[in-house]
Design a protein around this ligand. Structure first.
Ligand SMILES: Nc1ncnc2c1ncn2[C@@H]1O[C@H](COP(=O)(O)OP(=O)(O)OP(=O)(O)O)[C@@H](O)[C@H]1O
Length: 254
């Protein structure tokens, strides 16, 4: 009897030739991105490049053309619940919490499709990564600081023990000290085997965490390479938005 060993293509999340049209023409055009397990892949680019639209398409929220494959299964245009069950968790831009519900209830809501055993284990794992939330469990989500709210949305994504996490704008609106707090946890999440796609406006944050980086502009991927290559060639970054109009580091304006 032969045994099958998983190959690299079985374990990675492969986006191929993704095109998304939001009604006024394509905003994502023929995008290819490979997200390996156990590491952070950065997706950078200016406002309106199409990053959020891409993430929403992978999450099943927007219709798209192309292919999203995980372990030889096609996931594009499946329902959001189905995509989550396949192990892909989306952290959308804008920290959409239920503001009047407590932290505990927001976590419970994220557990709706899990057995009680899995929900308990998932919440315990999320709180291990974000112990700050433990003291806040009975407070309404609206009373949390911006950083705590970001921890809560990350924790909501983590309760289902995803194999891939797509995080849209990790550091948006957060103080540098809060971003510093989040970085090692994102690294830890990847070290446990999760493949992370990190959409991040700050090059320093993205490149500190990522192994590979993609730069997207006007719907297309304009650069693909290692994060080290980008770090060592700032002129590559200068060709995009990263050092031109916006701050490259949280808390700094150009
Ligand atoms: N709800 C919407 N309906 C129609 N078009 C939209 C909608 N939201 C965004 N767009 C358009 O889609 C294009 C891509 O926007 P998207 O938000 O995906 O880019 P982004 O790279 O994530 O930028 P940002 O960092 O500003 O969110 C833009 O031209 C934007 O105007």
């Amino acid at each position: 009897m032969s045994t099958t060993t998983p190959t690299a293509t079985d374990t990675q999340l492969a986006l191929h030739d993704i095109t998304v049209d939001r009604g006024t023409g394509p905003v994502v055009r023929g995008v290819d991105i490979t997200i390996p397990p156990g590491e952070v892949t950065a997706l950078m680019g200016p406002n309106g490049a199409g990053k959020s639209s891409l993430v929403l398409a992978i999450g099943g929220v927007l219709k798209a053309h192309g292919s999203v494959k995980l372990a030889n299964r096609e996931l594009l245009n499946k329902r959001p619940e189905r995509i989550r069950q396949a192990g892909i968790a989306i952290v959308p831009e804008g920290r959409r919490l239920l503001p009047e519900l407590t932290v505990a209830d927001n976590l419970q809501v994220a557990c709706y499709a899990l057995s009680s055993t899995d929900a308990k284990a998932g919440v315990a794992h999320a709180l291990e990564l974000f112990p700050e939330l433990e003291k806040r469990m009975n407070l309404p989500a609206r009373s949390l600081s911006g950083g705590e709210q970001q921890m809560l949305v990350l924790a909501q994504a983590l309760v289902s023990a995803p194999t891939f996490m797509l995080i849209d704008e990790l550091s948006l609106g957060l103080a540098p000290v809060v971003v510093k707090r989040l970085i090692p946890t994102i690294r830890t999440i990847a070290e446990t085997g999760v493949g992370v796609l990190l959409i991040e406006q700050f090059a320093t944050v993205a490149l500190e965490l990522a192994n590979h980086a993609y730069i997207m502009d006007r719907g297309r991927i304009r650069y693909t390479g290692t994060a080290d290559e980008l770090k060592n060639n700032p002129e590559l970054l200068q060709t995009s938005y990263l050092l031109s109009g916006e701050a490259a580091q949280p808390g700094r304006s150009s």
